[in-house]
Design a binder for this molecule. Structure first.
Ligand code: C2R
Length: 162
């Protein structure tokens, strides 16, 4: 299978968070590429990445950044692929800065924003898989199986209340 998901992050320091999106895609056997791309530090590369993504077979971009997190929005400005933004937790403001930088896009250029940090990165992986799953039955089946496992875990977890 060709690479379907592009996972990008503003810095290697985001990897601790963004690796959780990769873990989900590994579990679901969906191929992805991962790159450090920064709207601020490598603007030309960021444009090139967004402009060539469709031709490279990418269907969804997951973009994580912290602080002045302009990367997801700028990628969305340069491609019509769905972009999922992951607010990475920042030291100074606990990721509120990242969240607000990503979520308040102007009308016409959407970014699907998930929660701050690890849970958000995991959900970004799942949401990307669900987008692919709409057109791919095997992926949809794997997602349903994953939901079943989650459900069983929760049902069994009541036994831990001792
Ligand atoms: N928000 C952005 C962008 C961008 O939006 O283009 N590029 C890097 N960064 C963020 O800067 C933070 C600190 O980066 P360093 O750890 O490299 O200093 C990271 O969370 C990164 O996502």
């Amino acid at each position: 299978m060709d690479v379907k998901i592009g996972i990008v992050m503003g810095s290697t320091s985001d990897w601790e968070t963004m690796k959780h999106a990769c873990t989900v895609l590994d579990e679901l056997a969906i191929l992805y590429e991962k790159r450090v791309v920064s709207a601020h530090r490598t603007p030309d590369y960021m444009f090139e990445y967004a402009e060539t993504a469709i031709d490279r077979g990418i269907k969804v971009i997951i973009a994580g950044a912290g602080g002045a997190a302009h990367l997801p929005g700028m990628l969305a400005a340069k491609t019509v692929l769905p972009v999922i933004g992951v607010p990475v937790e920042s030291k100074a403001l606990k990721g509120m800065d990242s969240l607000l930088s990503i979520v308040q896009m102007p009308g016409g250029v959407p970014v699907a924003t998930v929660a701050i940090g690890k849970a958000g990165a995991t959900n970004a992986g799942l949401l990307a898989a669900q987008i692919l799953g709409a057109e791919c039955e095997p992926i949809q089946k794997r997602l349903i199986e994953r939901r079943e496992i989650l459900k069983e875990k929760v049902l069994e977890s009541s036994d831990q209340l001792v």
